[in-house]
Design a binder for this molecule. Structure first.
Ligand code: PGA
Length: 235
């Protein structure tokens, strides 16, 4: 059974109070869902759920009355292309590592568009992340997006599908995944992102070359996100 990744990208959303409410709801819904599943262990073992909140929420994110299953991991939405030093406003990879962050999103189209991140900067971000042991999830926008050599996990996120309610077709997403895997090796993990929700998530996860999803808008609502976890966990 292939392992599936569900990555929640909160973007610039949620205060500490809102995030605490979200976590408490998601963890309570999840437990009741799993309690009803007959093969509880199996339900958890094929899944990894990565929450990428804003930087302000990373410290103590999993500090809750609920026990956090190993299935849940923390991700950052970005990382500095520089090491520690005189780079006002930047958060270095080393700072993230200390906060139990496992993954880091790099190259999201919103970063490329609004913050003018180019290929050289993105390569530096990948290098900084890998130097401290963070795992980059590198976002590509189409079949031609350049990919730094060391990247092992890709998220295919066509710009037209982001926040539009119009996802790419699962078949086309699979084609893009296949094209990258032919170039980079079958072990390259490819996720799909762009208007994923509780109704379409399985169509993407069932594609042979896809190993999960990156979820923006639908990850903000605990009810919708729990449904996504539930569907994928059952598969
Ligand atoms: P969306 O965003 O799910 O709201 O389309 C996905 C993303 O930008 O990562």
């Amino acid at each position: 059974m292939k392992k599936l990744l569900i990555v929640a990208n909160w973007k610039s959303n949620k205060t500490v109070r809102e995030a605490t409410e979200w976590l408490n709801k998601v963890l309570s819904i999840k437990y009741s869902t799993y309690a009803k599943a007959s093969a509880g262990k199996q339900v958890l073992s094929n899944l990894e759920i990565v929450i990428c909140p804003p930087y302000t929420l990373l410290h103590g994110f999993f500090n809750t009355k609920y026990q956090i299953p190993d299935t849940f991991k923390l991700g950052a939405q970005d990382v500095s292309p520089f090491p520690d030093g005189a780079y006002t406003g930047e958060i270095s990879a080393r700072m993230l590592k200390e906060l139990d962050v496992t993954y880091v999103l790099i190259g999201h189209s919103e970063r490329r568009k609004y913050f003018k991140e180019d290929e050289v900067m993105l390569e530096n971000k990948v290098r900084e992340a890998l130097d401290v042991g963070l795992i980059p999830i590198f976002c590509i926008q189409d079949k031609t997006t350049p990919l730094p050599e060391e990247v092992k996990i890709i998220a295919y996120e066509p710009i037209f599908a982001i926040g539009s309610g119009e996802p790419d077709s699962p078949e086309n997403a699979n084609e893009v995944a296949k094209a990258y895997q032919e170039r980079r090796g079958q072990e390259t993990v490819v996720l799909y992102g762009g208007s994923v929700n509780q109704d379409n998530v399985m169509a993407f996860c069932q594609q042979a070359n896809l190993s999960g999803v990156l979820v923006g808008g639908a990850s903000l609502e605990p009810g919708k996100f729990s449904e996504i976890i539930h569907h994928v966990g059952k598969s």
